[in-house]
Design a protein around this ligand. Structure first.
Ligand SMILES: [Zn+2]
Length: 142
């Protein structure tokens, strides 16, 4: 995952130190470099402490970005207590999002903002023959 330094800084400084988990949408004007971020306070999840994307906001932003030539690249969200791995809930919404994408979008990024370290762990998700494959990607800040 290639990302502009100012956007990287914006993402890792977005979440507050305390729950609830929040996230945001990442996009690319100059693909494949991620150079857009819009924060999303999310919706209250069933367990109170997990990020649930606000899909109305998400879809509205993706549509608006398309008109401006910005490609949706995925969703970042925060984890507390240094948790660097995706939860089952995360995997469930990643599947829903990636299955709803137009066919030309082959993969998306779902980076975790790890707190309190404010470190970004980039996960890349793609569908391979209908199977969801998620791998940790290399982070390149440009
Ligand atoms: Zn999560």
């Amino acid at each position: 995952m290639e990302i502009k330094r100012e956007i990287y800084e914006a993402i890792v400084s977005y979440p507050a130190e305390t729950p609830p988990e929040v996230g945001g949408i990442i996009g690319s004007r100059e693909w494949p470099v991620i150079d857009m971020f819009v924060g999303d306070p999310g919706k209250k999840g069933p367990f109170g402490c997990s990020y649930v994307p606000d899909t109305t906001f998400l879809n509205e932003t993706i549509r608006q970005w398309l008109q401006e030539g910005i490609l949706f690249q995925g969703i970042a969200h925060a984890h507390f207590h240094g948790v660097r791995t995706l939860s089952d809930g995360d995997r469930a919404y990643i599947r829903r999002i990636i299955e709803a994408m137009p066919a030309q979008i082959k993969s998306l990024y779902f980076p975790i903002i790890v707190l309190p370290e404010r470190e970004l762990v980039p996960y890349k998700a793609e569908l391979a023959d209908g199977e969801l494959v998620i791998v940790e990607d290399l982070l390149k800040v440009v």
